[in-house]
Design a protein around this ligand. Structure first.
Ligand SMILES: Nc1nc2c(ncn2[C@@H]2O[C@H](COP(=O)(O)OP(=O)(O)OP(=O)(O)O)[C@@H](O)[C@H]2O)c(=O)[nH]1
Length: 404
């Protein structure tokens, strides 16, 4: 019996010893001591379980740059840590109502030459032929245009005669009425920027922004996004100016400031396809308005003008374009009218944006360009600031010119 107990005890001890050896052997295999490489010796082969070193010759990639393995899709709501930290707070643009009144001082050059010039001439005691000619010259110099100038002078002559003696207030009232009538109060100057009804698939309004190089198209598109956001619209921007490298970045920056997504394409890519994609994105997002900035083009270059027609046709595959805004630089005078004519032959212009009215004494271009195209001025640019684009109101504009 004692032998049996002894044999069992020996067997237990032997099994324990064998098991302990195997486990510790496994541990050793799992965590081998990291071999130190002697100086000058070739680097040792990496061992199983060692941390792989970052290769020194390849730049570090961010998480966005690393492709997912096939079959794995990225989660929808992934926000990169950088975006979460760096995203600047969204700006709240100023309301658009009364913007022109706020910016009236910016028309100072036109105020002095057109508004004050006319008032002081009309205030002369004797309104002889020479004075009427001076009035005419003042209007022509301010780019009012020949026919509208003639109409205005004829009406003023008649009314001043009827009036007899004139006080400064009466004169101001008279001039105001006639200038407002010349600009016109009947036209619809609102921008079609609301979503279409469910009957029209609830698609967004589409606004194309066109014009020659450097008139301020891209900045106007950016400012217009702010105008629309200020009025409660949601906006998608289309950077179809693939011609000028910086234009898409510029537009995207404008958009980011007010939370509007910018759809862009490769540099030098097909503008029509960017415009098409922007509208598609606007539909997918359920946006109110899609604003498409197009490349500046010389109105004398037939190929580029044809391309603009194509942009419009391609966008129309989603449905009719609601607005085509022609941006004109008010400081270019008669040249602006020539541009307007050529653009109107290629696309149906629905509204005019006159930029840089702060830098000219030729505020009369508002009247001339409307006459030229038979299309209303809808917005005016009065400076380089983000909220220096104002919806155009004839009464407020004339008040700014002649003082109220
Ligand atoms: N003073 C003043 N400057 C303006 C106004 N609108 C635009 N600008 C300036 O005009 C310059 C040209 O503007 P952009 O928007 O780059 O012109 P663009 O028409 O897009 O140019 P392209 O892409 O070359 O066709 C910029 O310096 C703007 O700040 C305005 O109402 N007043």
């Amino acid at each position: 019996m004692e032998y049996v107990i002894l044999a069992v005890a020996i067997a237990v001890v032997a099994i324990g010893a064998i098991t302990g050896f195997v486990v510790s052997g496994r541990r050793r295999k799992t965590l081998p001591p990291s071999p130190r490489t002697p100086v000058g010796a070739p680097p040792a082969e990496p061992q199983v379980g060692e941390e792989a070193e970052t290769p020194r010759d390849t730049p570090t990639r961010t998480i966005e740059e690393v492709d997912l393995p096939p079959g794995v899709t990225a989660p929808e709501e992934t926000v990169s840590p950088e975006a979460a930290v760096a995203a600047p707070p969204l700006e709240v643009p100023e309301p658009t109502a009364g913007r022109l009144v706020r910016l009236r001082a910016r028309l100072s050059r036109s105020q002095t030459s057109l508004g004050k010039g006319l008032l002081s001439l009309l205030a002369r005691e004797h309104l002889d032929e020479d004075t009427w000619e001076e009035i005419e010259d003042t209007l022509l110099t301010a780019d009012v245009g020949v026919t509208p100038t003639q109409e205005l002078v004829d009406r003023l002559r008649t009314r001043v005669k009827v009036l007899g003696t004139r006080t400064p207030d009466e004169l101001r009232g008279l001039l105001r009425e006639e200038l407002v009538a010349l600009i016109g109060t009947e036209a619809d100057r609102s921008l079609h920027s609301a979503r279409h009804s469910a009957a029209e698939a609830g698609r967004p309004s589409v606004v194309l922004v066109v014009g020659v190089n450097g008139v301020g198209k891209t900045t106007t598109t950016g400012k217009l996004a702010r105008v629309l956001v200020a009025d409660g619209r949601s906006v998608v921007l289309g950077a179809a100016d693939t011609f000028r490298a910086a234009a898409a970045d510029q537009l995207q920056t404008w958009g980011e400031r007010v939370g509007a997504r910018t759809v862009r394409g490769p540099e030098g890519g097909d503008p029509a396809s960017v415009a098409f994609d922007a509208v598609k994105e606007g539909i997918a997002e359920g946006a109110d308005t899609v604003l498409v900035d197009t490349a500046g083009r010389l109105h004398t270059k037939t190929g580029l003008m044809d391309e603009l027609g194509k942009v419009k046709r391609v966008v129309e595959k989603h449905g009719p374009v609601d607005e085509v805004l022609l941006v004109l630089d008010a400081t270019t005078g008669q040249n602006g009218l020539v541009q307007a004519r050529v653009f109107a032959e290629v696309v149906d212009i629905t509204g005019i944006v006159l930029t840089k009215l702060d830098g000219t004494a030729k505020g009369g271009i508002v009247i001339a360009v409307q006459r030229e195209l038979g299309v209303p001025v809808k917005l005016i640019g009065l400076g380089e600031g983000a909220d220096d684009l104002a919806p155009f109101e004839p009464g407020a504009f004339v008040d700014a010119l002649i003082g109220d």
